[in-house]
Design a protein around this ligand. Structure first.
Ligand code: ZN
Length: 371
């Protein structure tokens, strides 16, 4: 155990975090977490899908993260009531020493508030300081999630059953399901010791392979990498240059698209990441692909595949389509290419009089949009 953890445990009884108000009905308590400063621990069983905490920010700053300066935080702080100022001053770096700068305290304890009702690039970025959610430590296989909100209040939900006494964790990265241990640690700027990060264990080795494969499958489906860009010719993600070109040309056949989609779900499930939010995000495009087959025998297998009980059974059924072409392949590829070119040229979307074409395009866009 690090001296820091000993220090924070030694002073746990009169630690300022004892004074942070936790709602009386909250299913967790704040206490020292070995090697991680402080954390939130379940005080009773929390069922999958249950809300853990709904929290209002102490204050918000409407600026991009990198532009938030000391004076921005100071100005916001000055407007707080005395009791709220006190709460801000409770904050400690990794649960131990006071922060030397207010901007540092804000950076370490804030969340980007993403508005799901107006997710446009023109929105002013909002960052809120959340005293309790910031106590949730990171895991690359977390047991809770803070989904996108409709306002400034954020909520966390259990993504699987959490046992009494278990630490409640969230994932600090947006696309960690596609990143290896090395990549994740570089972004986190600390060494995570979750199950997926314990170097040299069979799970960790499998985890790196699964996440790399998920990233590759995403590339094959969308024709771009996580950053929305195409990889150079020496792609470390899709090494088969023919396959890479097919993905970038959107000429991956429907049969392969369905298999890739279901394989991704199976890999996420194996990794312990397939929670209800992930299913809600990814399943619509799988259902759409299944509905696009026009060759009768293909359509029959695809619809049978998606009605199987487990992701593995769905995947196994879909494998019957492996290597098959479909009547709809050409039209789907052309549609996806058109959407890509339109988004590349950044031209405004032309108004179409054909509502059926509009509908089909919007469904296609679901497949190529950056999640
Ligand atoms: Zn980890």
């Amino acid at each position: 155990m690090s001296p820091l953890a000993l220090l924070s445990q030694g002073s746990a009884q009169n630690h300022p975090y004892r004074s942070i108000p936790v709602p009386s009905d909250a299913p967790f308590e704040l206490k020292p977490s070995p090697e991680k400063g402080w954390g939130a621990f379940a005080i009773r069983r929390i069922e999958r899908g249950a809300m853990i905490l709904r929290e209002k920010p102490l204050f918000v700053i409407r600026k991009p993260h990198e532009e938030i300066m000391e004076e921005d935080v100071w100005t916001a702080f000055q407007q707080l009531a005395p009791s709220e100022k006190q709460q801000f001053l409770y904050l400690r770096y990794n649960g131990s020493r006071p922060f030397t700068h207010m901007s540092e305290a804000f950076a370490e304890n804030s969340f980007a508030i993403l508005n799901s009702t107006r997710p446009q690039a023109t929105d002013r970025p909002i960052h809120g300081l959340f005293l309790l959610h910031s106590r949730f430590n990171h895991s690359c296989i977390p047991n809770s999630k803070v989904p996108t909100t409709d306002g400034e209040v954020i909520s966390s939900f259990a993504t699987r059953g959490i046992a009494a006494g278990e630490e409640i964790t969230i994932c600090y990265g947006d696309d960690f399901e596609c990143r290896t241990t090395h990549d994740r640690h570089r972004e986190l700027r600390f060494v995570c010791d979750c199950k997926a990060c314990l170097t040299g264990t069979p799970f960790q080795q499998l985890s790196d392979m699964r996440r790399t494969l998920i990233r590759g499958l995403e590339y094959l489906k969308r024709g771009v990498d996580l950053n929305g860009q195409r990889q150079g010719s020496a792609s470390p993600i899709v090494v088969d240059s023919k396959l890479k070109k097919a993905a970038e040309d959107f000429s991956i056949p429907l049969s392969a698209r369905l298999i890739y989609g279901l394989l991704t779900m199976f890999l996420l499930e194996e990794e312990g990441l397939l929670d209800d939010f992930m299913i809600k995000r990814l399943n619509p495009s799988i259902l759409q692909v299944a509905a696009w087959f026009e060759t009768e025998s293909n359509a029959r297998i695809a619809s049978l595949a998606i009605t199987q009980e487990t992701w593995l059974e769905r995947l196994c059924m879909a494998f019957r389509l492996y290597g098959r072409e479909d009547v709809a392949d050409h039209a789907i590829a052309a549609g996806l290419r058109m959407i890509w070119e339109r988004s590349e040229s950044k031209s405004s979307r032309p108004k179409s009089k054909d509502s059926r074409l509009e509908l089909k395009n919007s469904k296609l866009e679901l497949m190529v949009r950056v999640e």
